[in-house]
Design a protein around this ligand. Sequence first.
Ligand SMILES: *Cc1c(COP(=O)(O)O)cnc(C)c1O
Length: 386
Amino acid sequence: MAEGWVRLLARADGLAQVARVEVPYVSLPAQMRRIKAELMAAIERVLEDGRYVLGPDVEEFEQRFADYVGTKYAVGVGNGTSALVLSLRSIGIGRGDEIITAPNSFVASAACSALLGATPVFVDVRETDMNIDPDLIENGITKRTRAIVPVHLAGHPAEMDALLAIAARHNIPVIEDAAQSVGSMYHGRRTGSMGLTGCFSLHPLKNLHAYGDAGVVTTNDESVYNWIMKARNHGLRTRDQAEFWSCNSRLDTIQAAILNVKLNYLDQWTNERRLLANQYRREMSQVVQVPEEAADCFHTYQTYVIKATRRTDLLDHLHALGVQATVHYPLPIHLQEAAQSLHLRKDDFPVASSLADRIVSLPLFPEMTVAQRTAVIEGVRSFYEC
Ligand SMILES: *Cc1c(COP(=O)(O)O)cnc(C)c1O
């Protein structure tokens, strides 16, 4: 008897091991392989051409990206943080100024203000879309408020109508942090087209990405456009004439050529993300709080964030199964060591602080196999169903 059982158990154990599916949080080479030949041709063309800095591919990308977002202009820059810093500098932000933003973002959303000597002023977010709460913005406005930087977190647009109305009433410019929301739409308009500028990161973990650091600023304002065009390139008006002190934050030609290839696929990849998000919603909403898409909004699911009870145990459970779920972001910006001098406490922003303890980012990328998708869904379901 014992022998038969042992053999059976060994077999079951073997099956369990076969059934285990490794699900990385993301697999960038998997996307690259879908278009590798085109990418290689584009890279080779730039290498042979020789114009490696501000070459023709940069201009082409800027034109096409502006068309995509629906703005008059776009300027390629070195990264998303630069896009924010240059936007704030273009309106003269400096010491003594206050900039309103959300506390539950990537640290760069607030660092861009602090880097210029200004003070980031946080306003709490809404439970539903996790974005800045328009009803609370006016509490944060003072005589020193010089800009509002809403973040379209995870790819879901912030409540822009209410936010833009408040900004207009107080005559304060809006700089959109659209780093996580390329392609997202709010009431028919793309994120990055509604504020004075839209700031995009093209970092490898963003939906449209370079193979290294890159970013882009969008705007309809001609003078802001002209200023940022110079500011990203040492403040140079011509090759030999510097109009003002500035930095070097240019988009590499080789990255622009890569981005020009990828722009042709962005909508297809976004739709694939949305299909997968719909499947997750259908198959997980009974057991856990899944992300909702607000009316007349188009979510691009840069991150697929569920709100979990027993978060630590859920993460342990998923990791034990091979599902590399993670958290964006476990420590809100106002509680970072970098923010110490602001003297803020956890309960100053109760919604953001509460969300930080409950959110889980699940793996979601178009190249996931059927087995990997099932592993994510079954991983979450099995945790809550037992
Ligand atoms: C990624 C990101 C940035 C910064 O972009 P980099 O290209 O890494 O400098 C800024 N804000 C948000 C919300 C981001 O997610």
